[in-house]
Design a protein around this ligand. Structure first.
Ligand code: CO8
Length: 373
């Protein structure tokens, strides 16, 4: 039976970025404005005054220093605190399609492939800018791929679940070459008025080219040794935005229609679940954790990643073993572990093994164990 191989990767990074200082300045200006406008209610004890944010807290609690975003100005306008991304006409490419095509072309070029070599496109990410036609079919059309395409969403685990789907398509013979693209515009659904989470997310798009081993040169890419998916229901990361909102009078515009989470509980509950899932997956593959040269972990929180890496290895991991891209990109949802993989793999040599692991809303965990060819 053939193997599935990750033959190349691509990364689109929006040129604009916001550092913690600028983000906090805009947020605190909003807080001042809000507290001044509601001074009487606050004085009468009818409303709590909003508390300011701080760059020191953000870096210490999360490891994040800045985040790349599609639109900086809208987010930094204290009276708006929301990106400005105008809707495109139907005959223009969507924003997610544009990001996807950029990242996908990088992956195709890195692998030395043309679009005509690809059979399928999976767009796997947390939020699609429309329900249909699928963004993936738009990407397929823009690249000129003859085959099939579909969108899928498993929040932060979308890309690893997408890798599993691509790998299965190749092992079953349904496709010989699949693009898995994750155009994450997290800033579109982040509540920049919420002090607890306004700093968490950034925007980026990753692409992975997954091919049947007979198509890939020896020494190129990574064999997929195995995939392991795990889900367990939790309300601790939630977004109630959906197509029924307009049927409810209170609907659109409510804070729970954006990203909400109980970050402390997520940290506490997800960390052990991830370590257990990786350990049991390695057991099933008859591998020891010490065989892993690298762990490309989901990038949500630095302290969380260090704890998970320690639980896996039984000791602190070095940044070479568990690279961090959070400082530059923040949490880019499903793109995070793939950005780490894209940026931190060129030093590996034939036979080196590693795990790409995502975790997030659902809860959902996706593991992909790979070996450098
Ligand atoms: N500035 C200053 N102080 C603050 C701030 C701030 N910005 N925010 C909170 N504080 C205060 C709090 O009020 C609290 O004060 P007190 O002690 O008086 O109550 C104190 O600081 C400590 O607050 P926390 O307990 O909340 O701080 P933590 O150390 O727990 O850090 C984190 C908060 C960073 C959120 C942390 O808990 C964390 O990262 N947890 C993991 C979260 C996680 O992994 N989430 C995954 C979600 S991603 C996902 O699944 C994808 C969803 C789809 C993406 C959609 C895109 C929008």
């Amino acid at each position: 039976m053939t193997k599935a191989v990750i033959s190349a990767t691509g990364l689109y990074t929006p040129p604009a970025y916001i550092d913690n200082e600028d983000l906090v300045k805009a947020f605190n200006a909003y807080v001042d404005l809000h507290n001044r406008q509601h001074a009487d209610e606050i004085a009468r004890g009818e409303l709590d005054a909003l508390q300011p944010s701080s760059p020191e807290f953000i870096e210490k609690a999360s490891g994040i220093k800045r985040r790349h975003v599609i639109d900086r100005d809208g987010i930094l306008d204290p009276e708006r605190l929301c990106p400005h991304i105008p809707e495109r006409a139907n005959d223009e490419p969507s924003v997610q399609c544009e990001m996807s095509v950029d990242a996908a072309n990088q992956a195709l070029e890195a692998a030395g492939r043309a679009a005509s070599d690809v059979d399928a496109v999976i767009v796997a990410c947390s939020n699609m800018q429309r329900p249909y036609p699928a963004i993936s079919v738009e990407v397929q059309e823009a690249l000129g791929i003859d085959g099939f395409a579909y969108d899928m969403n498993v929040a932060c685990s979308s890309a690893t679940f997408g890798l599993q789907a691509a790998s299965s398509a190749i092992l079953s013979g349904a496709a010989r070459s699949v693009l898995v693209v994750s155009p994450e515009i997290c800033s579109g659904h982040l509540n920049f008025r919420d002090r607890d989470s306004h700093f968490i997310f950034g925007d980026a798009c990753t692409a992975l080219l997954v091919e049947s081993e007979d198509r890939v040169e020896p020494g190129q890419g990574f064999d997929i040794l195995g995939t392991r998916l795990k889900t367990k229901f939790s309300n601790n990361i939630r977004n109630n935005f959906g197509f029924l909102n307009r049927a409810d009078e209170g609907g659109i515009g409510q804070p729970d229609k954006l990203f909400v989470q109980n970050g402390r509980k997520v940290f506490k509950e997800v960390s052990p679940l991830v370590a257990e899932t990786i350990h049991s997956h390695l057991d099933a593959l008859s591998l020891e954790a010490s065989a892993l040269r690298r762990m490309w972990l989901h990038q949500a929180n630095l302290n969380m990643n260090q704890l998970i890496a320690k639980r896996i290895l039984g000791r602190d991991a070095t940044t070479e073993e568990a690279p961090v891209i959070l400082d530059e990109y923040a949490n880019t949802s499903s793109a995070g572990s793939i950005i780490a993989f894209h940026l931190h793999q060129s030093d590996l040599t034939s036979g080196d093994m590693g795990v790409i692991c995502s975790f997030g809303a659902g809860y959902s965990i996706g593991n992909v164990v790979v070996k450098k060819r």
